[in-house]
Design a protein around this ligand. Sequence first.
Ligand code: AHR
Length: 488
Amino acid sequence: MSTLSVKFNPKSDAPTVNPNVYGHFAEHLGRCIYEGFWVGEDSEIPNTRGIRNDVVAALRELDIPVLRWPGGCFADEYHWKDGVGPRENRPSILNTHWGRVVENNHFGTHEFFDLCELLDTAPYVCGNVGSGTVQEMMEWVEYISSDSQSPMANWRRANGREEPWKLPFFGVGNESWGCGGNMRPEYYADEYRRYNCFVKNYSGNKAYRIACGANSGDLHWTEVMMERAKDHMDGLSLHYYAVPNGWPPNGSAIDFNTKQWAEVMKAALHMGTLLEQHTAIMDKYDPEKKVGLIVDEWGTWFESEPGSTPGFLYQQNSMRDAVLAAIHFHLFHGYADRIHMANIAQTVNVLQAMILTDGARMIKTPTFWVFEMFKHHQGGQVVELEVEIPKITVEGIELPAISISATQKDGVLTTSIANLDPENDRVLELPIGEVSEVRVLTGATMTAHNTFEEPENVKPIAGSYESVNGVVQVTLPKYSIVTVSSKH
Ligand code: AHR
């Protein structure tokens, strides 16, 4: 078994990981909002004002810092006024992007802010540029955040909410280069400036403004947005899904071989290339790093589960997803001085979900456990590492053997490692003196996942380690994720 040695080089001026890097995304898509979060007050599934209690309790274990809503592509066809007032009076619409199912608008602004309060998470609302008006967008922000005697604030009061909500994050359109309006960046940059101009701050609330950013490798989009609109935004987004072998999504989430394992690892590592390229452009226009990079959609995208509705993007989740998530977080930590937020797609029942539900039943996925194991990284100061990471070749695909990152916070050093090798264990030597805890996430096979019948196939267990003269030797099982906490 090969041994890797790590050296820690803490620096007092190193950046901290913005907690919002561990953010989430919930869209009106498939069974994410309806069934996943919202079951309605009359449901037999235990709920609080219509929001299911089991899902809230599970997600509270993750300390979710921020939740993006209502889309995604849905955001640019969402008319918020349909989703306020007595539910029986709300109109039904067609969700044209996602299966053309009927959207009854029972989950709207009040329900979303209620969910955020139950989760103790910051709301990130994405507004409609594609098919909505400037007036509609400006009135939504007034409705949410104004405490004056204005028409929108009074309408909110009439609908049962006296106090304004805090609106910390607001997105001006989603994927405006695609489902959000098929725009060119030159056109969207102007549209962004116009819409943003009328989205006022009310009653002491200052919303962090997020402009729609590039589709994965579209560097021209980032260039144009930074050149023409950087002074009008707080953050610029980036969307990238790990889809090996190109669009459309191909391959099963749980039935795969070692080649398909390696292809997904490679697709995950491509996020590193994208971060390098997009941040280089941002550095050129904004060397002081005022504008944040907001990776507000990322994750795996496989073929939908057999038997599920195709437009619902329901997929299972294995150790492969877990390792991909760990790789992403380690890459995000490497750009902590620029990345202000990231939002995995999506929280429940859609794409790389934390939670899957089936009627009253609920399971936690391997990806859930990565968020849980990594939560001590939130707000931690990045610690530089020296380690020679060997290359491995899996079915002709070259990969680094491991992915690793460390942060320190509140006197605790947290080191997390993912073993990308589907066939070999490794040993890691860490000069950390005393260990507080070692946790390991792995399974019986690389395709291991949780099911409604076997919900605990994959969950963290105590890891094995030996400590000799202040050097701790930790075993990294194949296809695993390990966290090591130590006092410092
Ligand atoms: O997350 C699913 C979809 O992926 C989102 O609606 C869209 O923004 C992206 O293309």
